[in-house]
Design a protein. Structure first.
Length: 343
């Protein structure tokens, strides 16, 4: 009897592992295909061989500028920003055990946005200063939200409600900054706030690339502890997890990557919100969704960018398309949670 039970467990885990590997591989293939589409498509469509030659450093008339200077940085920005939003979103949702507890909804992205818009409109600062201010703004917002939500004991519901309130207040600050800003600075700020890959340049992407490459392995190494945190504070503590230390490292790593992603592309709406639930639905239970969520984030950003560029007469920033996709899901989720009594 015991042997049969063990065999069933082994078979079940093998099936889940195969599903995880299949889904992750498929997501990676789709992400690569979208990267190729970004590089090939535009006002002029270039064949694969020309794109490869440009990427290898050869000079190809017309293609070198279009692919190397415009499309390649755009693609890199979409890949690393999408991955950052996806990973950070699923970390917060898993750690706080609530699909609403993502950086967009609880105000972390808004904190980064306020700092960045202030630098753009008031200080007229460089991209480097905007990136640093965005990170500081995100970390400060996290600290304030957790401080206000602590009370006598940590409460996830209280944290989400306070985060939503902080987000509303910060959005009001952004509106005020736009009202007092110089006329020539407002289009830049508005384009940034909508979430866009337009105008991406490689020299501005290096901080995001470095932070994602540093923080992602840290988050992956803490993946098992993150899954244990989902069981609750008492269960995690009884299983030997230092919840405060683990939560602190995860929060700092996640805020760093999402703040720099926000500083680079603007707050692309709902990518952090959608990536985790989609990845969890595709992968199933038993394995970490960190990498799949990052890949879903890449797919959402690149696919939305292609839709925004080519599906309509007018070209729309990527954040507009992701907002159209994410808003109905948010309404559905709120209705479902209300019926279950989770709100």
């Amino acid at each position: 009897m015991i042997k049969e039970t063990v065999n069933l467990i082994i078979v079940g885990r093998t099936k889940r592992r195969r599903r995880y590997l299949f889904v992750t591989t498929l997501l990676a293939i789709i992400a690569v295909a979208l990267c190729c589409a970004i590089l090939m498509l535009g006002n002029t469509m270039y064949p694969v061989q020309d794109v490869i030659r440009v990427l290898l450093g050869e000079e190809v008339q017309g293609a070198s500028f279009a692919v190397g200077t415009i499309r390649f940085p755009r693609m890199v920005a979409g890949v690393f920003a999408g991955f950052a939003f996806g990973v950070a979103g699923t970390v917060f949702q898993t750690m706080l055990r609530n699909p609403l507890a993502n950086p967009n909804v609880i105000g972390i992205t808004a904190g980064s946005s306020v700092a960045a818009v202030f630098c753009i409109i008031v200080l007229q600062a460089s991209n480097t200063v905007v990136s640093i201010a965005s990170v500081v703004g995100g970390l400060a917002t996290v600290f304030i939200i957790f401080l206000l939500s602590k009370g006598h004991s940590f409460s996830i519901g209280r944290l989400i409600l306070i985060g939503i309130g902080i987000q509303a207040m910060l959005n009001a600050v952004i509106s005020y900054l736009l009202m007092i800003g110089q006329q020539h600075d407002i289009p830049t700020a508005m384009r940034w706030l909508s979430g866009s890959l337009n105008g991406a340049k490689m020299e501005t992407l290096y901080p995001l690339i470095v932070i994602v490459l540093i923080c992602t392995p840290i988050i992956i190494l803490l993946g098992k502890r993150l899954d244990i945190l989902e069981l609750g504070e008492q269960a995690a503590t009884s299983l030997g997890v230092d919840t405060n230390k683990t939560r602190l490292i995860l929060i700092i790593s996640s805020v760093l990557i999402i703040a720099l992603a926000t500083a680079t592309t603007g707050p692309i709406a709902f990518v952090a919100f959608l990536s985790g639930p989609i990845a969890k639905r595709l992968v199933g239970v038993g394995f970490s969704t960190i990498i799949p969520a990052g890949l879903v984030g890449i797919i959402l950003v690149l696919a939305s960018d292609l839709i925004g560029q080519f599906a309509f007469v007018t070209r729309y920033p990527v954040g507009v398309i992701t907002g159209i996709l994410g808003a109905p899901y948010l309404i559905y989720l709120l209705i479902r949670m209300n019926r279950k009594g989770d709100l």
